[in-house]
Design a protein around this ligand. Structure first.
Ligand SMILES: *Cc1c(COP(=O)(O)O)cnc(C)c1O
Length: 411
């Protein structure tokens, strides 16, 4: 399902023209389709079946309204900070479906997670394991944990989002994990729940994931043989999406790879999907400020910038750009750039865009790692976020004002 489509020459989100939203909220502005968010969640949870808890990776898009929508559908949540824990709880997410990932959990974050009663802490080092054990013992409870193992496979994705190689900071090497499980099993304040892994993001080929899951399965079998039977396997997230012309795996392809690797094994599963659930459910609306000709190069200067959408600057990522009015000016090859004082501030390079000053554009595929990575660099207020349901729109985060930007400072 693509919620963004042209209707009589106007680009729509569901049953609402994006020009209407731009008029109402001004630009830049993030717009999400409620129907697309629901459809993606249901596609994955149906394909994966009853034995698999789909956890939404909060960091991809952590707006409370988005979290509430997932909570209402029964999603679990994968969090990476105390702030994300607070968000999920405020959005009505069930603590017993929260998994806490990340290499640097602070003592305060661990305490907050244990008091909330989350499902599992995915532990990334021996040092962290013993810190968790101490805190749990102090609190008079048992900490539910999994070790996040590093299966040492190359996910074939951008270096910044590959996490399952042995030189990556993430996870515990397989052999070390085996030893650590057996030590942890003796600690009275630790409750060993499962094994976790996550090899990277924007995976387009699932063979490395299948390989990683096979290695996780071997570890599970090994531990079982030594009398340590775990309850669940958390297979991470990372399923890729189409930004341009990629052929991402379908929910059915994904389920098939997991089922193949885990055939005949009766153990609960969890996955931690972010981008695949929200990426193509959102766009960033922007307006062309100026067209600029530097002799050898043409620029399309828009009112959205790297502070609003960092992915092009950070990863060299591609986002399609569509005009809100289909019969707009003829296409010309340009760099689409923002107003920020950095040469890295671009949305697209050498792109044929049909644009003229004042025209509205939609930057596609901006639902994941879009607003979530935004900042106030250059003292730019962050854009509003709007959720569409059918022909209705609802503001789910207002545009920031000067007080939001400067009110915390002490001149
Ligand atoms: C980022 C992350 C995810 C989600 O990745 P997506 O590519 O958005 O699906 C899942 N698990 C962990 C541990 C992560 O760090």
């Amino acid at each position: 399902m693509n919620p963004f489509h042209y209707h009589q020459g106007d680009l729509y989100c569901e049953d609402l023209s994006l020009a209407t939203i731009a008029r109402h909220y001004d630009t830049p502005c993030y717009v999400y389709s409620g129907a697309a968010l629901r459809e993606r969640y249901h596609s994955f949870s149906n394909a994966l079946g009853d034995g698999t808890q789909v956890c939404y990776a909060v960091k991809a898009n952590s707006n409370l309204a988005v979290l509430r929508l997932f909570a209402e559908m029964g999603a679990g949540f994968d969090i990476v900070s105390g702030g994300e824990l607070e968000r999920v709880l405020r959005a009505g997410g069930a603590a017993e479906k929260i998994i806490f990932s990340g290499v640097g959990k602070s003592a305060d974050e661990i305490r907050a997670a244990l008091s909330a009663g989350i499902a599992c802490l995915n532990v990334e080092s021996a040092a962290e394991l013993w810190r968790i054990a101490d805190i749990a013992a102090d609190m008079g409870l048992r900490a539910p944990i999994a070790l996040r193992v590093n299966p040492d496979v190359d996910p074939g994705t951008h270096a910044y989002i590959a996490t399952g190689l042995k030189e990556s900071k993430f996870g515990i090497p397989m052999d070390a994990a085996r030893t650590l499980y057996l030590e942890a099993a003796k600690h009275p304040a630790l409750e060993l729940k499962g094994i976790a892994c996550h090899i990277g993001s924007q995976l387009l080929n699932l063979a490395p994931l299948g390989e990683a899951v096979t290695r996780v399965r071997a570890l599970y079998a090994d531990l079982s043989a030594q009398g340590l039977t775990l309850e669940h396997l958390d297979l991470g997230g990372g399923v890729g999406i189409r930004y341009h012309d990629e052929n991402p795996p379908s929910p059915a392809d994904y389920a098939e790879v997991l089922n193949q690797a885990l055939q005949g094994l009766a153990v609960k599963r969890a996955v931690e999907l972010g981008r695949a659930l929200v990426g193509n459910a959102g766009v960033l609306l922007t307006r062309v400020e100026y067209l600029k000709d530097n002799g050898s190069k043409q620029f399309c200067v828009v009112d959205a910038a790297m502070n609003d959408l960092l992915r092009p600057a950070l990863y060299g990522a591609w986002h399609d750009i569509l005009p809100l009015r289909q019969d707009a000016a003829a296409g010309q090859v340009m760099d689409v750039v923002g107003p920020i004082c950095e040469s890295g501030d671009f949305i697209a390079k050498d792109r044929p865009v049909r644009a003229e000053a004042g025209q509205l554009l939609a930057i596609m595929g901006a639902g994941a790692y879009g607003f979530a990575m935004s900042s106030n660099y250059n003292t730019r207020p962050r854009p509003p976020e709007v959720l569409v349901h059918g022909h209705q729109h609802r503001l789910i985060r207002r545009r920031e004002n000067w007080d939001d930007l400067m009110g915390m400072e002490l001149p």
